[in-house]
Write a protein that binds this ligand. Structure first.
Ligand SMILES: Nc1nc2c(c(=O)[nH]1)N[C@H]1C(S)=C(S)[C@@H](COP(=O)(O)O)O[C@H]1N2
Ligand SMILES: [Mo]
Length: 532
């Protein structure tokens, strides 16, 4: 094994040991982010603005995997450098490890959910472990380190000036550090140790997280139930169901892993320009009369034809009631929701002027407590506003302020401050690539303009528009299913859809990108129909 390879191996194992050590410290308080979580989160906060669209389209919703792989690759690339520095000058590699630990500590301290003592401890333990492992392995691998400080593991090999073992080790050096046998044994041993400790830390962390932040099995029955249409006038296979099952509901947020909120330690505060600040526990929220509303939630990043939209029954406390209790002071013009992990979203108080527009501090989704992915224990849902300006998940604070005084998370990352959901329509069936034969073919999909409602959906094919049949809805705050039975002849056809909202405005054809305030344009699908 070449000297270069042995150095690199020592570096990789040392860095792996350092990372695992910080994860071990994180087990002490498993519902808080580990140092690595905090670093990844800072990365998202720093660069996610530029990546948002890209990340959504390139990685889908699996940013976490991409980030983890990225972190792993960065560490893999830097680890050999750490070891080479240490070989050049004792202490230099350790200094690099310490610098990374400091970076981690800085990210940790910036994270609203972390505890300062634990962050400092993790940084210290990580850097120390990495340095010790690096020193031991370099020594056992027979790598001579240029003195910069006293050698501390040189006992078996005599003075620091002992000659370097041959590059072609293994010849007559059986008892000396750096033989192939010793390198392999120490590398495998250290690697196995790191892997085992890492797996144990992961297991203990997962167990601790779920046991310390349980989600109740059910919610109190809502005092006011949503009226959902019992059945739809048509049933088309492949058409999105009117109510999106929770497991299929899109998930978009800046977290790498959804926060684990311990309800006993959690409160929701209503603060800022109010006469009386309010603080509610989870039990306080559940003890109130819960109201159900069916509301379609949409992401501003949704492309024409995309699936970052869903319709669910939300149960919660009307936001207006809480604000009335707190007494909104005159001059307040913005409602900002802040989450336990520091995300913020703000919308004008005027969005609450229309008493018929649903605005909830939601604790339930589709008849169950909110799942962690969708904001347990509580989130905001305001009909007709894109999620990034309204739908704060893992809600911890509702702040009354002025419009000018504060910008939500995505605003200085280039997205519009005021963001009503634009009218969109989507073709679900025929699916892309679905085999079709001439005759009656169902064309169907969904259209939404929450809070304005959809008054008409038209399907265009071969240059003519046809009015689609609309399904039943709970209210103007939800999407509507639409269906048009097409008598299709053989050949290639382009299907397009356009919707008209409750104000009479029809979607324009001109394509507009999602940034900065939502995509526009007609969704189309080219289909090939075979002769029957
Ligand atoms: N705490 C927090 N809440 C958040 C976000 C976030 O990143 N953090 N993202 C918002 C965005 S951009 C959208 S579109 C909706 C998505 O809600 P969902 O994941 O439940 O579908 O949540 C909003 N609430
Ligand atoms: Mo979003």
């Amino acid at each position: 094994m070449t000297r270069r390879l042995r150095i690199a191996l020592a570096g990789v194992l040392a860095v792996a040991a350092a990372l695992v050590a910080t994860e071990v410290v994180a087990v002490l308080s498993p519902t808080r982010p580990s140092l690595l979580d905090a670093v990844q989160r800072s990365f998202v906060d720093t660069f996610g603005g530029a990546l948002k669209d890209l990340a959504v389209s390139v990685f889908g919703e699996s940013h976490k995997t991409a980030l983890t792989v990225g972190t792993f690759l960065v560490c893999l690339a830097l680890a050999p450098l750490t070891a080479r520095l240490e070989v050049r000058r004792r202490g230099a590699g350790a200094a690099l490890l310490a610098a990374f630990a400091l970076l981690g500590v800085a990210c940790g301290l910036a994270h609203p959910q972390s505890s300062t003592p634990l962050v400092l401890l993790a940084g210290l333990v990580g850097a120390t472990t990495g340095t010790l492992v690096l020193w031991v392995l370099l020594d056992r691998f027979g790598i001579r380190v240029m003195p910069g400080a006293a050698r501390i593991f040189a006992d078996r090999r005599g003075p620091a000036s002992a000659p370097e073992p041959s590059e072609h080790d293994g010849h007559g050096l059986a008892e000396v550090a750096g033989t192939r046998r010793e390198v392999v044994l120490w590398a495998l041993g250290t690697g196995a140790g790191v892997a085992i400790v890492g797996a144990l830390a992961k297991g203990a962390g997962d167990a601790g997280r779920t046991s310390r932040s349980p989600i109740p099995a059910s919610l109190p029955a809502p005092a006011t139930r949503a009226s959902t249409p019992a059945r739809q006038p048509f049933d088309v296979p492949g058409l999105s169901p009117y109510l999106t099952p929770t497991r299929d509901f899109y998930k978009i947020d800046t977290t790498i892993e959804s926060p684990y909120v311990v309800t006993d330690e959690w409160t929701l505060r209503v603060v800022g320009m109010v006469d009386r600040e309010i603080e509610l526990s989870y039990a306080d929220l559940l003890a109130r009369d819960l109201v159900e509303e069916v509301v379609t939630l949409a992401c501003v990043s949704n492309q024409v034809g995309g699936d970052l939209v869903g319709n669910a029954t939300w149960a919660g406390v009307p936001l207006r009631d809480l604000l009335a209790e707190a007494g909104v002071r005159s001059g307040a013009s913005q409602v900002v929701g802040e989450s336990v992990d520091g995300f913020t979203a703000g919308f004008p108080t005027s969005a609450l002027d229309d008493p018929d527009r649903p605005a909830l501090v939601a604790v339930g989704m589709n008849g169950q407590p909110l799942p962690r992915a969708h904001g347990f224990p509580a989130r905001l849902v305001v009909a007709g506003l894109y999620g990034y300006v309204s739908a704060t998940k893992w809600l911890s604070e509702i702040r009354l302020t002025t419009w000018e005084d504060e910008d939500g998370y995505w605003i200085d990352r280039g997205w519009a401050k005021e963001a009503p959901v634009k009218t969109q329509s989507r073709i679900d069936v025929p699916r892309r690539g679905q085999a079709l034969v001439a005759g009656r073919i169902a064309v169907a999909g969904v259209a939404w303009a929450p809070n304005r409602g959809i008054s008409r959906v038209e399907v265009g094919v071969d240059g003519a528009w046809h009015e689609a049949e609309l399904g039943r809805v709970s209210s103007d705050d939800t999407w509507v299913q639409w269906h048009w039975p097409w008598d299709a002849g053989p050949g290639d056809h382009e299907l397009v859809v356009r919707a008209t909202d409750g104000t009479g405005a029809t979607q324009g054809q001109q394509p507009v990108a999602p940034a900065p305030d939502g995509a526009e344009g007609w969704h189309s699908r080219t289909v090939r129909v075979a002769a029957s």
